[in-house]
Write a protein that binds this ligand. Structure first.
Ligand SMILES: [Zn+2]
Length: 185
């Protein structure tokens, strides 16, 4: 996890993000900046559906798309909408530690049995469901996945500022993922 950059003071926010909604997200959440009144959405946040995360941000500040692992590959229309109609010019993509979309195969039996017993599915249907979708939603490694998604989104939306972040559920803080750290891809 040495690619994570803690943000505990305003000076640590990189200049390319400092006076942007991404910088303000970091100030609101990590630095207890007073919540400014917001009339319009300024930021699109992509983050995991996981229940353990809560962002400290003003009302109206951000569109938030929550998906398994913060994966936006299947949410492109909503990303486009938030830019074209919603008016946002920045995206914060936030992965998190202990993400359930890592190593899905390890939870295959739990997934199948859960659908059978809790939802009333047939065993075979539940297995087919798992094997059909697990490869689409598996993210591998949280940090690498966020970086690969950020790179993909930057190519797709070249004028939009897009930042890779990680939420550590252990301390509920946001960290910037360093892009030119040793070992970064
Ligand atoms: Zn997750």
């Amino acid at each position: 996890m040495n690619r994570l950059m803690p943000i505990v003071s305003r000076e640590q926010i990189p200049t390319e993000y400092l006076e942007t909604p991404i910088g303000r997200l970091l100030e609101y959440h990590n630095l207890e900046r007073d919540l400014d009144p917001c009339m319009n959405a300024e930021l699109l946040i992509g983050m995991c559906m996981d229940n353990r995360k809560h962002l400290h941000i003003p009302d109206n500040f951000a569109f938030i798309i929550r998906t398994g692992g913060g994966n936006l590959r299947y949410s492109e229309f909503k990303v486009s909408y938030s830019i074209a109609v919603g008016g946002v010019r920045c995206i914060a993509l936030i992965g998190h530690t202990q993400c359930g979309m890592v190593n899905l195969i390890a939870r295959k039996d739990q997934f199948v049995q859960g659908l059978v017993t809790a939802a009333g599915w047939q065993q075979q249907s539940a297995e087919e469901h798992f094997f059909h979708y697990a490869p689409m939603f598996e993210i591998g490694n949280e940090v690498d996945f966020v970086m690969s998604e950020v790179k993909r989104l930057r190519l797709r939306y070249p004028k939009i500022v897009i930042a890779p972040l990680l939420y550590r559920v252990e301390d509920n803080r946001l960290y910037l993922i360093q892009e030119n750290a040793p070992g970064a891809r």
